[in-house]
Design a protein around this ligand. Structure first.
Ligand code: LLP
Length: 434
């Protein structure tokens, strides 16, 4: 499903014109579609259902992709669980109405305080990534007189063939427990009095467009699960992580959820362990865009720069991963978004789409063919995942507003930050006495 629909009055999301959103909420502004979020979730549910998994499978949305309370609340209402990586995300999920018993806690470093909070909340499982973490968690659970449910995140040493910064399943990564030592570590975990061994977890990377590496990892995981069962360490769930890629580039389609999951689910069908998934990007990425306005056009000898009011602090992915996001004009060519009545057709040119931040790496798109005029609204697509979640206040720029469209209505789900808030936590040194 494409997020925006063309209209003589410019692009719409569901029943709302992006020009109206810009007029009411200003730019830059993240815009999400409730229908698109729900459709993405339904895509997973239906794919699981079609393979006979629906009753048992738990979809734990990876909160890091977009931790907006409104989005968490929507997924919670649809029955989702959550994959968290910090005490902060735990607090968010609970504040948004998520159920603790549907939370899995991932991450290579969990503080004792975070362990305590998660144990007190009663989460479903800790995805443990090292021997030390097992020892520490056992101690913390002992102090609370309880048993911590655990799974080991194994590192299967397969190449997910994605960007090195978001590739996690190779031996060289900091993530997971090397699969060849996992058996011994399960035996150690089973010997600890305050741990309850529940499952196994495997996440090899993000933005995967080919399911073959994930399917290869599942083979290794299942061999270990069977070996453990034989050693009287039966597991009750298998967590296959997240990682399914989405379409960013118009010429690079991504498989449907059903197609991506098919070879993976085939390997898991008929097993007794409960299936857990941790999708992030594929639930939210294409359900959101970043709405922005062209501030300045700066044609040059070698390159033409279009300076927009969104920057790398709003959407970091291009600067950090050289990631591609499609950028489209909100109004059809020849019609201005500002009602200036200026209908002069500007010619299409190649533009560097850049932000106002003082870094050469502050670009949102390279070499884009667009017919631009100052004041034009642009939509940076596929920005629902790892967009606002990774935004910062670099250059003392307030973070963007976020709105969610639901039919013909628009809800402000996070107001734009105000400049004074950005230094409200700071103080200057006291005056030096002479
Ligand atoms: N589970 C674990 C243990 C993870 O580390 C991640 C993502 C996920 C699930 C969700 O993966 P997804 O379904 O979203 O691919 N900032 C990067 C992506 C970082 C992914 C980190 N881990 C980006 O903008 O591409």
């Amino acid at each position: 499903m494409r997020l925006t629909t063309p209209h003589p009055d410019g692009l719409f999301i569901e029943g709302v014109a992006l020009t109206d959103i810009a007029a009411h909420f200003g730019t830059p502004c993240y815009v999400y579609s409730r229908a698109a979020l729900a459709a993405a979730y339904a895509g997973y549910r239906n794919a699981l259902d079609a393979q006979g998994f629906n009753k048992h499978a738990l979809i734990c949305y990876a909160v890091k992709a977009n931790s907006s309370l409104a989005i968490l609340n929507l997924f919670a209402s649809l029955g989702a669980g959550f994959d968290i990586v910090s005490g902060g995300e735990l607090a968010r999920v609970i504040a948004a109405g998520g159920k603790a018993e549907k939370i899995v806690f991932s991450g290579v470093g969990k503080s004792r305080e975070e362990m305590r909070a998660a144990l007190a909340a009663g989460i479903h499982c800790f995805n443990v990534e090292s021997a030390s973490e097992l020892t520490q968690l056992n101690a913390v659970a002992g102090e609370l007189n309880t048993r911590a449910p655990i799974s080991l995140r194994v590192n299967p040493n397969v190449d997910p063939k994605t960007h090195p910064y978001i590739s996690t399943g190779l031996k060289s990564a900091k993530f997971g427990i090397a699969i060849d030592v996992a058996f011994a570590l399960y035996q150690y975990a089973a010997s600890l009095p305050h741990l309850a061994v529940k499952g196994i977890d495997c996440h090899i990377g993000s933005q995967l467009l080919d399911p073959a590496p994930a399917a290869e990892a599942i083979d290794k995981v299942l061999a270990l699960v069977d070996q453990l069962a034989g050693a009287n360490i039966p597991l009750t769930h298998i967590d296959i992580g997240g990682g399914m890629g989405i379409q960013y580039h118009p010429d690079e389609p991504a498989p449907s959820v059903a197609d991506y999951l098919a070879p993976i689910l085939k390997k898991l069908s008929g097993r007794n362990e409960r299936l857990i998934l941790e999708p992030g990007r594929s639930l939210v990425g294409n359900a959101g865009l970043l709405l922005t306005q062209v501030m300045v056009l700066k044609p040059g000898e070698e390159k033409n720069f279009a300076i927009i009011d969104a920057a790398m602090n709003d959407l970091m992915r291009p600067a950090l991963y050289d990631a591609y996001h499609e950028i489209v004009k909100v109004m059809p060519n020849g019609i201005r978004s500002d009602d200036s009545g200026d209908t002069a057709q500007t010619a299409e040119q190649r533009w560097e789409i850049v932000g106002p931040v003082c870094e050469s790496g502050d670009f949102l798109g390279h070499d884009r063919a667009l017919a631009l005029a100052e004041g034009d609204l642009l939509a940076i697509l596929s920005a629902g995942a790892y967009g606002m979640a990774m935004a910062s206040n670099y250059n003392t720029r307030p973070r963007a507003a976020e709105v969610m469209v639901d039919g013909n209505k628009v809800h402000l789900i996070r107001r734009r930050e105000e400049v004074a808030e950005l230094f409200a936590l700071e103080s200057v040194l006291p005056a030096k006495s002479a």
